[in-house]
Design a binder for this molecule. Structure first.
Ligand code: PMP
Length: 419
């Protein structure tokens, strides 16, 4: 077998992703979304050609088949996350939707005058703004655990902020800006000692490492399918059963009730269906299950070794370039992301320059401007890896950076940042 990169994944991996054949160049924006392997595309087509029907509703064969397929996908998520029961897996439209579901369903019981939610200083807006708005609306407090200059959560400061008023901690497993891996099990244990629940944003973790929610003892854990080779518009909210049972459904509607009459109180079905009002994205769930099976087929250890190799390779190669700084210490706990700054050149100019060389990266604040503020940076240029990336993708970045120059952003909008 021919091998690439960390000599862990077969070269044929690239052939599994049809889009790569249509677009030469280097796609290094996988933390934003990954490409989809043929196995996932086939699963979507197969679902719509063989099983398409609404779930949990019709008394007919296709309806039963579609329901079975959907519930099998839920069972696959239970296994993938190490959850105790499939009822602990709620399908959502993504991480953002999952966080908002917890905020809407539980938030007002957690937050109010004299009460607080604690987030880390590296959170993506999707795990920050829902809490911030809740704090503003309830008169509660939003506390932020500071990050050190390497972009790690300061554990002492984090622990010092815990206390009787903190009802919940919301923290990312892996930073989408620097790839920092948080010691989630330790953070959860500390939070639990102080009586706080913990929601973990796993959007950037699930693509790169096996996750066991029971080992972490997370109360809630969320991720998005599209960042782990699955379809857009699908995600997962894991929650401990007793917490989900207690969650006020963020939305009500079809599929959530045992029966409704004009006079009697509404009787809702148990979780997870109680939390999935309306027609679910069945094909999305099926595609996500196919994506995780695809990763399992490659071997989770091989995927991780590949990823670690690429991060270390990128840090070494980019770190040697004059004027280029690698931010944080991604080589210490590699997790698919390397963020750089080119001295004297606005990140958007760097991104535009790389784009002209056929290289897709994300430039800017990565929906985490408060983290960039804490790091004292205008923005970064983020390389994020997937199973189909190669050392030559990194080499292409290195070559292109040799000719990067200040452009219109640097000269005319030196302090402008978006998103
Ligand atoms: N959290 C993190 C850490 C992310 O990287 C992202 C996506 N950039 C999100 C949350 C939001 O995910 P989605 O847009 O799929 O809901």
């Amino acid at each position: 077998m021919t091998h690439i990169l960390g000599r862990t994944l077969p070269a044929s991996v690239r052939a599994d992703f049809p889009i790569l054949a249509t677009r030469p160049g280097a796609y290094l924006d996988n933390a934003a979304t990954t490409h989809k392997p043929r196995a996932v595309l086939d699963a979507l087509v197969e679902y719509y050609t063989t099983a398409n029907s609404n779930v949990g509703r019709g008394y007919h064969e296709l309806g039963r088949l579609s329901t079975d397929v959907y519930e099998r996908a839920r069972q696959d998520m239970r296994l993938a996350l190490g959850a105790a029961q499939p009822e602990e897996v709620v399908f959502t439209t993504g991480t953002t939707d999952a966080v908002n579901a917890v905020v809407d369903g539980l938030g007002r019981r957690l937050l109010g005058p004299g009460r607080a939610v604690l987030v880390s200083g590296m959170e993506h807006n999707s795990n920050l703004l829902p809490w911030r708005r809740l704090a503003e609306e309830t008169g509660g407090e939003l506390l932020t655990a500071p990050v050190d200059r390497h972009g790690r959560v300061d554990l002492d400061a984090f622990t010092a902020l815990l206390g009787p008023k903190v009802g919940l901690v919301a923290v990312s497993h892996v930073s989408n800006v620097l790839g920092t891996v948080n010691p989630v099990a330790d953070l959860v244990a500390a939070a639990h000692r102080h009586g706080a629940l913990v929601l973990v944003d796993g959007a950037q973790a699930v693509p790169h490492r096996p996750v066991d929610v029971r080992e972490l003892d997370a109360d809630f854990y969320c991720f998005s399918a599209h960042k782990v080779y699955g379809p857009m518009g699908t995600g997962v909210l894991y929650g401990k059963r007793e917490l989900l049972d207690d969650l006020r459904p963020p939305r009500v509607g079809g599929g959530t009730v045992k029966g409704v009459s004009a006079v009697d109180p509404v009787r809702y079905v148990p979780v997870p269906q109680r939390l999935e009002a309306g027609t679910p994205n069945v094909a999305g769930a099926v595609g996500l299950a196919a994506a995780l099976r695809y990763l399992d087929g490659l071997g989770r250890d091989a995927v991780r070794a590949h990823d670690e190799h690429l991060v270390r390779y990128a840090v070494r190669e980019l770190g040697e370039l004059p004027g280029v700084r690698v931010i944080g210490a991604p080589q210490e706990t590699p997790s698919g992301i390397v963020s750089i700054v080119v001295d004297g050149v606005h990140p958007y100019d760097v991104g535009g320059h790389l784009d002209q060389h056929g290289i897709a990266v994300r430039s800017g604040v990565h929906c985490a401007s408060t983290f960039l503020d804490a790091l004292g940076l205008l923005g970064t240029v983020r390389l994020s890896f997937a199973v189909y990336n190669t050392e030559s993708d990194v080499d292409a970045v290195v070559d292109a950076l040799a000719t990067v120059r200040p452009g219109v952003w640097t000269n005319e909008h030196p302090t402008t940042r978006f998103l």
